[in-house]
Design a protein around this ligand. Structure first.
Ligand code: PDD
Length: 287
């Protein structure tokens, strides 16, 4: 089945899906995005993702490119045209196309929107979760408003590339005081020695992950206590378990940090239980 993308009102073959050279997303990273998981024919947590999109757009004062209900139709249409049952759908909205000038273009310039979808093999995701992932730590180098889901991801890409070159799958940004912010494309968690789930409060220092929010719901269902507080790299290394969350990795156990094993160096039971229960608890919108 040929891949199809949505580009500013048209469904086009993926190979011909182009944006203008003066798209402000391309020139200024003046754009926001969302990534939703697609699982077993459902879009997962669509309401939370679109609520966060609304917030990101509002923070940058970019107008909605279309009505919210129309946008859900486009998302589902891209999933349908690509025959995706398991995978992800990506949505990006920029401030639009205008002659290059740092200040905002006139209000007559319409936001630009693209949507793509990708298949992910659930079996390979499951086998990765069974073995766990390795992470490295990097000094925090991003702008301060990482709570907005913008496409300004250069520090994230550099950190994740460094992780890859060191044989790891994710990098955690660490503040000068030694506390963990989050990963390059995931939120960070530990299970403390006394069995509590610990994750940094979602203030301005991290992205308010949708998977993070739903994992809190899952934890409640499983009778687990969640403590929102910063934790250090040292505490994570001594924790009972560590894991990362995102729409594309769900709950992914961390087995190694900067080359040192977490606990016995194997995925733990708490992250496995959270991963197992996730689909049942999450919001499911038929794709
Ligand atoms: N990334 N933190 C960062 C910096 C992220 O980029 C992401 C998601 C998350 C987790 O958020 P959520 O649970 O809503 O996916 C946390 C997406 C998957 C991406 O950029 O591909």
């Amino acid at each position: 089945m040929p891949r199809i993308a949505y580009v500013n009102g048209r469904y086009v073959p993926h190979a011909h899906a182009m944006v203008h050279v003066e798209d402000r997303g391309y020139q200024f990273a003046d754009a926001v995005y969302e990534v939703c998981e697609v699982a077993r024919g459902y879009v997962i947590d669509m309401t939370r993702h679109l609520d966060r999109l609304d917030r990101s757009l509002g923070e940058l004062r970019i107008a909605w490119p279309m009505q919210r209900s129309a946008l859900t139709i486009v998302l589902r249409e891209v999933i349908r045209r690509n025959g995706i049952v398991n995978g992800m759908v990506y949505l990006q909205v920029s401030r639009g196309v205008a002659p290059r000038d740092h200040v905002f273009p006139p209000a007559t310039v319409k936001p630009a929107m693209v949507v793509t979808a990708k298949r992910i093999d659930p079996a390979s995701a499951a086998s990765r979760a069974a073995s766990g992932v390795k992470i490295i730590t990097v000094p925090e180098s991003r702008w301060e408003r990482v709570d907005i889901k913008t496409v300004g991801l250069l520090p994230n890409t550099l950190a994740k590339q460094k992780a890859k070159e060191k044989g790891a799958q994710e990098a955690w940004f660490v503040d000068p005081d030694g506390t963990v912010k989050e990963g390059g494309s995931t939120n960070a968690w530990i299970v403390s020695r006394d069995g509590r789930l610990v994750t940094r409060p979602a203030d301005f220092g991290i992205l308010r992950g949708i998977t993070r929010a739903t994992v809190m719901d899952v934890a409640g269902k499983l009778g687990l206590t969640v403590e929102e507080r910063p934790f250090t790299v040292e505490e994570a290394m001594k924790a009972r378990e560590a894991f990362i969350t995102s729409a594309t990795s769900l709950v992914m156990p961390v087995i190694e940090i900067d080359g040192a094993p977490v606990a016995n160096g194997h995925p733990g039971t708490v992250s496995a239980a959270l991963r197992e229960a996730f689909f049942d608890v999450a919001e499911k919108t038929l794709a």
